[in-house]
Design a protein around this ligand. Structure first.
Ligand code: AP5
Ligand code: MG
Length: 216
């Protein structure tokens, strides 16, 4: 099955995707992670998109859709993808639909993590990510400690777009350009609302329960 994890910046898309891949044989596709790795290794694409990501705007549909084509067309990924942060515009919705059709697949479910604006800001400001094991933590809400993180502290980093000013723009961009596409999935009858303000483990349990029923 293929799924989409949807929600504003800081909703917990990455956190919940990590939990799902630990429990099911699925592969996470985070367009944000793919784009950041282009910046990190300073590819031509990375140099072009760095200022866009640092400002909280969206990268062009063509760039993102072609990254996704490479992943969907790979037979290793057949019917086992969790899309995290994609699609984000109506053009991306259509592109995803066409690509999945071309490769004989579909989206089974879209989880929308609903989170209040003030909570989003606190989550994003406190986020740190381990560059070695890729686990996501939060200095205030979910701090790394010896029982949940084995790598050295020096690997923990903040993201270039995680600050109070940019988060406002990221949130605005989400409300204007991304949130409206939920309606497409609602009309298809595959949208499932989740209260993303709850504790990580509670959301994780809920998602797992739903996915186990789909699998059966
Ligand atoms: P992207 O990387 O996708 O960022 P985002 O959508 O802004 O989402 P985040 O990654 O910030 O949040 P998340 O929902 O994954 O939350 P997380 O689990 O980390 O995109 C970045 C940029 O790339 C975009 O702005 C754009 O420029 C570009 N881009 C990406 N995709 C694109 C596309 N398709 N088209 C065009 N451009 C694109 O959690 C956040 C924090 O909260 C963590 O610290 C975590 O520990 C904590 N936390 C999580 N859940 C909980 C909880 N339930 N309770 C308490 N704390 C929690
Ligand atoms: Mg993320």
């Amino acid at each position: 099955m293929n799924l989409i994890i949807f929600g504003p910046p800081g909703a917990g898309k990455g956190t919940q995707s990590n939990n799902i891949i630990n429990n099911f044989d699925l592969k996470q596709v985070s367009t944000g992670d793919l784009l950041r790795s282009e910046i990190k290794i300073q590819t031509e694409l990375g140099k072009k998109i760095e200022s866009i990501i640092s400002s909280g705007e969206l990268v062009s549909d063509d760039v993102v859709n072609s990254l996704i084509r490479k992943i969907i067309s790979d037979p290793k990924n057949f019917n086992r993808l969790i899309f995290d942060g994609y699609p984000r515009t109506i053009s991306q919705v259509y592109s995803l639909e066409n690509l999945l059709k071309e490769f004989n697949q579909k989206i089974s479910i879209v989880f929308n993590l609903n989170v209040d604006k003030d909570i989003v800001s606190k989550r994003v400001n406190g986020r740190v990510i381990c560059t070695k094991c890729f686990k996501i933590f939060n200095l205030y809400l979910n701090p790394p400690n010896p029982s949940n993180h084995k790598c050295e502290k020096k690997y923990l980093e903040k993201r270039i777009d995680d600050n109070s000013k940019i988060i406002l723009n990221r949130y605005e961009t989400y409300v204007k350009k991304t949130k409206p596409i939920l309606d497409c999935y609602n009309k298809k009858g595959i949208l499932l609302e989740i209260d993303g303000n709850q504790k990580i483990v509670k959301i994780c349990d809920k998602i797992r329960e739903i996915l186990e029923n789909i699998r059966d």
